[in-house]
Design a binder for this molecule. Structure first.
Ligand SMILES: Cc1ncc(COP(=O)(O)O)c(C=O)c1O
Length: 394
């Protein structure tokens, strides 16, 4: 790498290179030595979007008129499609004119919310364990990050009563994510009601990130279906997992018009809309029938069973009712940590499993396996682990 004497901004010291970015380099290095590594780490769907979605993209891209810059708030028909999807599946009423903001993936939405609502002197409440981007986006926006611990004992749900006993005066945003990644825990309607009341009482924006509702879960819940939620809560959603469109970067921010207009003030300075054929294809995807989700889940269910068998080999413990695109499991006490187990399995069996500690200290005694691979891949991973007799070893 050529060296440079130009100083980068100090804010970069607040964040580290994404764990997967570093780990993928190690895996690439192992592969360059001729080793065949089975990667059960990253949650990027390996299945395609519906044929109608791809056809809509194809047809629209043929039209010479469809390649220009697009509106900052997306096509009215796309906002309508998101609003219809929310009404049909989540029972939440959203005005497509100003309560829906299409995003280039929900990950960018996390940054936009952080930049629009956080600043030095404010605090963001972040779940531990949780998706690492809530923390990094909050820090990059200049806020202080305060973890709120989730644990297996409380079903990985936040203890709002305990939080209310702490000084919340500087808290501006609380990041929430259900169905929860990495644990696969589900919210309850009562929790969403309590969160809305909590946000209202303490003047905190509740940002719920909801990309996993359609995977191995039949009870679709949105915080926006709670009366009064739009005053204090927003919800991020995404077609990445629900429609196998992770590479398309297609997401949405839904919530009250005033909050969304503040986020748009920032976002419209960052990008210049989304490719029209992709928007038209997303409209098509959002009208996939319920059988689309059922078909997807039949495949994930079979994979989940294979992963449970793999975890049995490692003597790990897991909740068979968990939702989402991953399996979260507690490691046996004989291992020093999830990192130790992950490294041993990578170096001895050439299988990569994500250590739970990358999602926060509350994940230290856990591992996470992605369901984004064919069943045969899990069987191969099992064969290698059995061969190396890694089970229950220190
Ligand atoms: C909890 C959570 N939120 C957001 C994202 C980002 O999704 P998107 O592809 O919509 O940016 C992910 C991706 O892995 C995730 O796990």
């Amino acid at each position: 790498m050529a060296s440079s004497s130009i100083q980068p901004a100090k804010r970069l010291n607040l964040v580290q290179e994404y764990y997967f970015s570093t780990k993928l380099k190690e895996i690439a290095e192992m592969k360059s030595r001729g080793l065949d590594v089975v990667n059960l780490g990253i949650g990027s769907p390996d299945l395609p979007p519906s044929p109608q979605t791809i056809e809509a993209l194809h047809v629209s891209a043929q039209d010479p008129k469809n390649h220009a810059y697009q509106s900052y708030v997306g096509l009215p028909a796309l906002r309508q499609a998101f609003a219809d999807w929310y009404r049909t599946y989540f029972g939440a009423d959203l005005n497509p004119v100003n309560e829906i903001l299409p995003l280039i993936g929900s990950k960018e939405g996390i940054m936009h919310i952080a930049m629009s609502y956080l600043e030095p002197g404010t605090v963001a409440l972040v779940p531990n364990p949780g998706y690492p981007t809530y923390r990094s986006a909050s820090l990059l926006a200049g806020a202080e990050v305060r973890n709120y611990d989730l644990s297996e004992e409380t079903g990985w749900l936040p203890d709002l009563k305990a939080l209310a006993q702490t000084d919340l005066s500087a808290v501006r945003v609380m990041w929430v994510n259900y169905p929860h990644m990495p644990t696969g825990a589900k919210a309850t309607r009562a929790l969403y009601e309590e969160l809305v009341a909590f946000g209202r009482e303490h003047n905190i924006l509740i940002a719920n990130d909801n990309p996993y509702s359609f995977i191995l879960n039949e009870e679709y819940l949105s915080i926006l279906s709670v009366p009064g939620a739009k005053e204090v809560a927003v919800e991020l959603n995404s077609l990445s997992k629900s429609h196998n469109m992770a590479g398309w970067r297609m997401g949405v921010l839904a919530g009250g018009a005033e909050i969304l207009s503040n986020v748009l003030k920032f976002k419209s300075n960052m990008d210049s809309g989304m490719f029209l054929p992709m928007q038209e294809a997303a409209i098509q995807a959002l009208s996939n029938p319920p059988s689309w989700y059922a078909g997807l889940n039949a495949i994930y269910r079979e994979r989940q069973k294979a992963v449970f068998e793999l975890l049995d080999l490692l003597d790990c413990r897991y909740d068979p009712q968990q939702t989402g695109m991953f399996v979260w499991a507690r490691i046996p006490d004989t291992w020093e940590s999830g990192y130790a187990l992950s490294d041993e399995v990578l170096h001895k069996a050439h299988v990569f499993i994500t250590p739970g500690g990358i999602f926060g200290t509350q994940g230290d005694r856990y591992i996470r396996i992605s369901l984004c691979a064919d069943v045969r891949v899990f069987e191969e991973a099992g064969r290698r682990i059995r061969q190396q007799a890694l089970s229950n070893k220190q």
